[in-house]
Design a protein around this ligand. Sequence first.
Ligand SMILES: *Cc1c(COP(=O)(O)O)cnc(C)c1O
Length: 356
Amino acid sequence: MKKHNFYAGPSILPQFTIEETAKAIHEFANTGLSLMEVSHRSKEFVAVMDEAQNLFKEILNIPSGYQVLFLGGGASTQFAMVPYNFMNKKSAYLNTGAWASKALKEAKNFGEMVEVASSKESTFNFIPKDYEIPSDADYFHITTNNTIYGTEIKEDMNVNIPLIADMSSDIFSRPVDISKYVLIYGGAQKNLAPSGVTFVIVKEDALGKVDRVIPTMLDYRTHIEKGSMFNTPPVVPVYAALQTLKWLKNKGGIDVMHKMNVEKATILYDEIERNKLFKGTVTNPDDRSIMNICFVMNEEYKELEKDFLEFATSKGMIGIKGHRSVGGFRASTYNALPKESVEALVLVMKEFESKN
Ligand SMILES: *Cc1c(COP(=O)(O)O)cnc(C)c1O
């Protein structure tokens, strides 16, 4: 039976990425060696790193003055690297979920962290809109897509201080006006590559403004200077990321991808709305994520939750169990997920409705 992969992360990747990476693991670039056993300083791998950085810039339309880095440590290391490199005395954070909470917790170690707003009291089921950003903060940090709760900030905001974003789970899903940000980062394992590599887009002239000593590995300038080769980069994930970028370009780029993502999300949100068994968890439709779609059973059908999960799983729907803090279901509809998978899930929802 065909499996439909709705995992939140690590998650579905293009078949092209998997096949090309598998080939390179057997033999890489006519070297007679596996990708896993060549020096990261070999000319063949240096070419991969260069191409990945260039294609990343091209696809996202990154203006000059910005660098793209591929690092280890996951998005979670960025939670500390951000204040290390950008925070002198004060920073501002929008608390829209568990990842945002972890990010702001790190900032507290570096001085005054102002939480401008939070939706924690309602299980992060909306994006706060009314808040003031202190003009004397060194930066404002947002999490554009809240993977666990299915909310998303879909527009690049205008703020009066440097803007920093965790885009782990919506990078490459929509066009982004990079010039509005000084730094964007994320773990690659949601929409780009297998786990193990973290991408960073950084505006070079925004760096070097803090007084503290920064440990070498945690200083963005170290990695800019060495082209993400200061230490051994995650070679296989970077190679896989390059394949996904090639696939993306081949598909028509970000605008085409965005259109497809909106289409997939709309199909599923419409069914959640229509189906008598289910309801969405995100209150304001404007805040609904196009990458992680969260829904629960309506009150009167609550006892069917386990049955639906079993039924859907038996039909090949993988990874739709909601995060434990939200419950219910979550279907992640990343770039590589075909529309057919969303349609298959909708059919399963309809079938289950007619049986109940
Ligand atoms: C998954 C995720 C993270 C954590 O990424 P790691 O690479 O595991 O550290 C952080 N932020 C968001 C929004 C995520 O979805």
